[in-house]
Write a protein that binds this ligand. Structure first.
Ligand SMILES: [Ca+2]
Length: 454
């Protein structure tokens, strides 16, 4: 609540000061001063002495405050409204009361009139036995007629009441009927709609089963994410297929091995004849190079997308020129994106070729970044392993495996920059730089979802 004083009060203070300087003896002077202040325009505050000051007593001055304006919250409007309504109710009640009293008076008057004329109804009917003759018979006849009229009226009223009652009953019946009809309507509408929908669905089903082409599996409606998604096809055939591991990154072609070890393999690298150089730049390894039907690197971006879309296993197939074939399988294989420099995550070895990717604590390719001859992300501080070994790979400092090395068709000496797998069965023979290095005839790196069921 906010109080607003309507007058500027410095004049009041001035007045108090002036009056306080006056002596209490001069009552007239004090009154005059009060008179002056009362006459002052615009300020309704009044200050006047109401008696004489004695020694040690307080002067009996009076202060008359101006009217205050008090602003009340909105809710008080409701109070005002309620009061008004109450007032109008009161008036209505009073009117009703007075009209009631009027009615009562009228009724009393009517009763008095009736009692003056009425005859008890249980008296025998008159006029039939003693016609004419006696004085007052006419009056009696008149009374009898009046009574008959009243009876007729009463009968009419009674029948009217009965009619009204019947009408009320009829209306009540209609109302109930309407309610029932409404519910029935709703039910019937719902039932009709359901029936219609069922019919439509049945029609569609019957049409589809007879006319539509065979839809084998809803998975075919979705773009295959890797070669394993093509496994539902009746004919499992090796070849180039389109995959979409991540719809945002688009579709690209891959070579699918649909025959080896249950099929469903997406091949990420292959060496078969040395027709394609793997001494390539970062940009080339990024988007892939070679020929999907021959030798190729699928591309680091594509490998990232594939290994990100599903948990993948990696299978490496190796064969040397002596006809020895071995494999290494890893239960987990993931390649990060370019921002993380295509870091390799590989673990869970099984196979026959040995775990060359985790050779020992000095040569471990797990969690290593990708390095190319033009981009050094390796662990070797004084040089670029990619440049030294003419390859793009997840070099440590530098390597115990490098499947992207040079393709030698014969054994070679010097820098071990050929395709290399450090746990190969005869590797101890080529330990010294003066010894011959054994080349590999074929290499294949392929991936498949971990939960794949052929
Ligand atoms: Ca380096």
């Amino acid at each position: 609540m906010r109080l607003a004083l309507m007058c500027a009060c410095w004049t009041l203070l001035l007045s108090v000061a002036r009056v306080a300087t006056e002596t209490g003896d001069e009552k007239a002077a004090g009154e005059k001063a009060a008179g002056e202040k009362a006459a002052a325009p615009g300020c309704p505050i009044r200050f006047k002495s109401a008696g004489q000051c004695g020694d040690g007593e307080e002067c009996p001055y009076q202060v008359t405050l101006p009217p205050l304006t008090i602003q009340l919250p909105k809710q008080f409007k409701m109070l005002e409204k309620t009061m008004k309504e109450l007032q109008s109710l009161k008036e209505t009640v009073n009117k009703l009361k007075s009209s009631c009293q009027e009615c009562r008076k009228q009724a009393d008057r009517d009763i008095q009139q009736d009692s003056g004329e009425a005859v008890p109804l249980d008296q025998p009917a008159r006029g039939d036995n003693d016609e004419g003759g006696k004085p007052g018979d006419r009056a009696k006849d008149q009374q009898s007629l009046n009574i008959q009229e009243m009876q007729v009226k009463m009968n009419r009223m009674s029948s009217s009441l009965k009619n009204a009652r019947n009408q009320i009953n009829t209306l009540q019946g209609r109302l109930e009927g309407l309610n029932l009809i409404n519910m029935d309507n709703v039910n019937s509408i719902v039932e009709t709609k359901v029936a219609n929908i069922t019919t439509v669905i049945n029609n569609l089903n019957s049409k589809c089963s007879s006319a539509c082409p065979v839809v084998t599996s809803p998975q075919f409606l979705i773009a295959p994410r890797d070669c394993s998604d093509y496994n539902m096809m009746v004919e499992k055939k090796n070849g180039v297929y389109s995959v979409t591991p991540d719809p945002r990154s688009g579709t690209f072609k891959v070579y699918c091995d649909m025959e080896s070890y249950g099929g469903g393999w997406t091949v990420v690298q292959r060496r078969i004849n040395g027709s394609v150089s793997f001494n390539r730049t970062w940009a080339e390894y990024k988007k892939g190079f070679g020929n999907l039907l021959g030798e190729f690197w699928l591309g680091n971006d594509q490998i990232h997308q594939l290994t990100k879309a599903k948990d993948m296993v990696l299978r490496i197939e190796l064969e040397d020129f002596r006809g020895v074939r071995e494999y290494a399988k890893y239960d987990r294989f993931y390649v990060s994106n370019e921002f993380l420099r295509y870091r390799l995550t590989v673990s869970g070895y099984s196979g026959t070729a040995g775990d060359a990717l985790h050779f020992n604590k000095h040569y471990d390719h797990d969690q290593k970044f990708f390095t190319t001859p033009d981009k050094d992300n390796d662990m070797y501080p004084s040089g670029n392993c990619g440049a030294y070994y003419s390859s793009g790979w997840w070099f440590d400092a530098c390597m115990s495996a490098n499947l992207n090395g040079k393709y030698y068709k014969e054994k070679y000496k010097g820098v071990r920059n050929g395709i290399f797998w450090g746990t190969w069965h005869n590797m101890t023979q080529e330990y010294y730089p003066t010894n011959f290095r054994n080349p590999f005839k074929t290499v294949k790196m392929m991936i498949r979802p971990k939960n794949y069921a052929p």
